[in-house]
Design a protein around this ligand. Sequence first.
Ligand code: URA
Length: 254
Amino acid sequence: MDRESDLEEEVRMMVASLRRHAQRLERAGIRSVPVGNADGGVVGGAPQAGWLSGVEGGLFSDSTEAYRAQSLEELRSAIGDCRRCKLWPGRTHLVFGVGNPRAEVMFIGEGPGRDEDLQGEPFVGRAGQLLTDIIVRGMGLRRDDVYIANVIKCRPPDNRNPEPDEVESCEPFLLKQIELVKPRIIVALGKFAAQTLLKTKVPIMRLRGIWHEFRGIKIMPTLHTAYLLRNPGDKKLVWEDIKKVIKELRTPAL
Ligand code: URA
């Protein structure tokens, strides 16, 4: 193909992708999208404050109620008895999230395991006990000072990795949780949470221990506590990362 037909193909693909996006917005009941100004801010027509009011609002294909939720309770009730992906028949509980709705620090894991599915609360099994130790003994906080959630809210069969369609269904709810809690810092636990939030395939060993930015929020990727149970020798790496989080928390917010 010559360069001109390459370009035509590229434009055709962009138009098709924009059309698909517009159709999703329409299904979500969104008739107009805010227009960015020169500073990257938003002018006019935004249905609601916060970064979900931009293009990300289109992630809510059937969930305008969730999109408009003003509190975690409203968001939870909008999610309802969710059947948006193929995980619902296998779950006991949908595991939404737990903790301080105004937390400065939010921990985000992958998805519920067996104990979490049974109890309806994230990080309550062995990996959860280790996370609680990190929060309480390592950081000097209480578990209910922080907010804890997962990328996906329902347990995958046999704890397999979440699949892309499952993440696509659930991700808007995580983004909305983050928008509502407005943490100063997110600790992304493990490859899956870090790669999903940062939209990258870079391995967790290269992401961890370095501050990243997620829509104006500082994000510290670190190793998952389930991994640490199998590889206790790497606990020192997580401690290094958590010390950076503690230091940042002690720095007055601007
Ligand atoms: N692992 C996770 O990623 N999340 C949980 O809630 C429990 C274990």
